[in-house]
Design a protein. Structure first.
Length: 220
């Protein structure tokens, strides 16, 4: 059972998402929060698998709520997915940096919402290649930030990170590297640990910010 927390200051939005999620046999909405402070408190109480968090909320906004959830060791298994009305913008990028696993627009189709929740629950990032390219083009334009942790990556781990940054799943990475999906997952998880990335979304951001992955490699 995938346990979901809904955080949005609009009751109609929350009720709409709950109606879509609660009818599924493998998904349960365990709590609703009208602001970021309540979202954090309810996340600590219920330990959900997924927190669907609106960016613009009173008291504590979605970015700060995401940062606090991501920083709490007790919530290490909670994946934050940002809800936005605006598509990809600077707020979403900041949320990814804060620890979000991905983002969804609020006018998402019902079947896409259900798929996204299941993808995030598996620990995969909700970052399509097109979104990754926008991230590069609009926000990762500053000089690369060097990281000594990059030197700790093996060649295979580096290759896996590059493929993650291109938007590939573990199965696709396995096919590309001619290894098993379990081995691919192991390479990705070890790279995340060495680079201090909470999830695949942060791994993508770190890959570009560090210069490990260049923009042209995402287009390949």
């Amino acid at each position: 059972m995938i346990r979901v927390l809904l955080a949005d200051d609009q009751p109609l939005i929350r009720s709409g998402f709950r109606a879509l999620l609660d009818v599924e046999d493998d998904i349960e909405v365990v709590a609703e929060a009208p602001d970021g402070a309540a979202a954090l408190a309810l996340a600590r109480e219920h330990r959900p698998d997924i927190a669907l968090v609106d960016i613009q909320m009173p008291v504590v906004d979605g970015i700060e709520a995401t940062r606090r959830i991501a920083a709490d060791p007790a919530l290490a298994r909670t994946h934050v997915v940002i809800l936005t009305n605006y598509g990809f913008d600077e707020y979403v990028f900041n949320a990814l940096r804060a620890g979000a696993a991905g983002f969804l627009v609020k006018d998402i189709q019902p079947e896409d919402l259900l798929h996204a929740v299941r993808v995030a629950a598996r620990g995969d990032a909700l970052l399509a290649p097109s979104i990754t390219r926008k991230l590069i083009d609009r926000y990762v334009t500053q000089p690369p930030r060097t990281s000594t942790a990059l030197h700790e990556l093996t060649n295979r781990e580096r290759e896996a990170v590059i493929l993650v940054a291109r938007g590939l799943t573990n199965d696709e990475i396995a096919g590309h590297m001619v290894i098993s999906p379990l081995t691919a997952k192991t390479h990705v998880n070890r790279a995340m640990t060495k680079l201090g990335a909470r999830d695949r979304a942060q791994l993508v951001v770190l890959a570009y910010e560090s210069g490990l992955v260049a923009p042209h490699s995402a287009e390949a």
